[in-house]
Design a protein around this ligand. Sequence first.
Ligand code: SER
Length: 320
Amino acid sequence: MKNILVVGSAGQIGSELTLALRDIYGGDNVVAGVRKTKPSEKLSGTGPCEVVDALDKNNLKKVVDKYKIDVIINMAAILSGTGEKNPMLAWDVNMNGLINILELAREYKMKQVLVPSSIAVFGPTTPVDNTPQETILKPTTIYGVTKVAGELLGDYYVKKYGLDVRGLRYPGIISHETEPGGGTTDYAVAIYYEAIKNKKYTCFVNENTRLPMMYMPDCLKATIDLMQADFSSLKNHCDYNVGAMDFTVAEMAESIKKHIPEFEISYEPDFRQEIADSWPNSVDDSPARKDWGWQHDFDLDKMTADMLKAIGEKHEKGLI
Ligand code: SER
């Protein structure tokens, strides 16, 4: 039996991952850890919710004791855009929060810790196309710096203490349940909301910006498949590249126009352009495919159809 705590449960990925894990392991066995944001009815109605601040180790410990937690998933992070506005906050949350979780997992001899990483570990000197698993990691954002350090720290706990720590480098994640906040890839979500609401969107990166992306159902599958993989099959631990699709903003706009022909896009690049330009166009995820059978389902057009349908329904109901 597993008792799982998801730290950062109210966030874009955490909110959906918590529900997916509750479907598998039972509502009572998956605790939603939220910091400030009030949990949605879906979260609070399907299992326990607790206020969890990864920076407060005593608070974490109380929740771990109360629910006999033996698996922690750390979804709490300050992303690339917000990180550049407040680098020390990003360092504090992303590093000290992680250290608290790893230390607690070590002290309690937990079964597993999952710590996601990101394409933000790469930088301007990394090969941009089909970026290999093993390559140059010299990011130029504080978010990327904390993600590289997090990968290394997780690997260190595997080697030094025999703790089962796992992680994957998420590309930009696109979803319609909970909106992302503070990331560079947020435009790839906002474009769909604006297409439904206003039939136009002004993008903060230029039309030729190409980044690796993934639709939420694939993100959930990748995360859960990695969690469930046999430890002995993992040649890497905290840094698996996972890819699904890559496209430019102009290509996204074309995909949307197949459903909303009058959709218009314009471009006003801001400081996030430089961040996007420092990340790869696409990643080579063959080690993930080989070691734990990673496979994606969604391409751009399939995702666009699904996103527009779901956001369209929210709009009709007056929810957005
Ligand atoms: N989505 C993240 C960001 O844009 C990348 O992992 O910051």
